[in-house]
Design a protein around this ligand. Sequence first.
Ligand SMILES: N[C@@H](CCC(=O)N[C@@H](CS)C(=O)NCC(=O)O)C(=O)O
Length: 201
Amino acid sequence: MSDEIVFYHNPQSRAQMVHWMLEEAGAPYRIVPIDFAKGENRTPAFLALNPMGKLPTIEHRGMVVTETAAIIAYLADAFPAAGLAPPPGDARRAPYYRWLFFGAGCIEPAMLDKMMNRPPVERKAAVGWGSYEDVMATLRQALAGGPYLLGEAFSAADVYVGSELRWAMMFGAPGVKGEPVFEAYVARLSARPAARRTVAG
Ligand SMILES: N[C@@H](CCC(=O)N[C@@H](CS)C(=O)NCC(=O)O)C(=O)O
């Protein structure tokens, strides 16, 4: 079976996070461009892969993976030579999982709240991400030791969380743009050769 990844891509989407990850992993991949305006993510063939009709979506070794965080974590494991995930049993697996899941479960919805000018959540205790302010304060603390989320070791968690922060900066998210810890982190990540080979650079 071919080891090539089929990568359904549109650079104006979260798929750009996966593009950067594919480059970091040194994975063999083939891009299938998806034009949202033409409805190419809503064709029966695409919906058979991902009934959500969303990018990113990949196919690898006969399996489909969707969800940005899952794809990034999957690629780190599928291409271990790149050293982007601490192996099971390594203590750094704890912060690795912690920040990957925090990215999907807390950063993403908190940022969307801000982007869409939603009113602050009414019952912070019942909402998984609490509040935008708490999410950003937590992240600032996580990065204060730096240079990466796992300390000295760059990992796939930085690809995901760093991409989210970069995205937040692009829309001028308060507490992100101009915040020295986040600015330095995103600049450090954007300077990586793999990031520069993609639109994340
Ligand atoms: N939960 C998904 C969200 C993916 C998502 O919303 N992708 C958007 C682009 S950034 C999309 O494909 N939208 C097209 C549509 O829904 O029609 C993830 O984290 O990967």
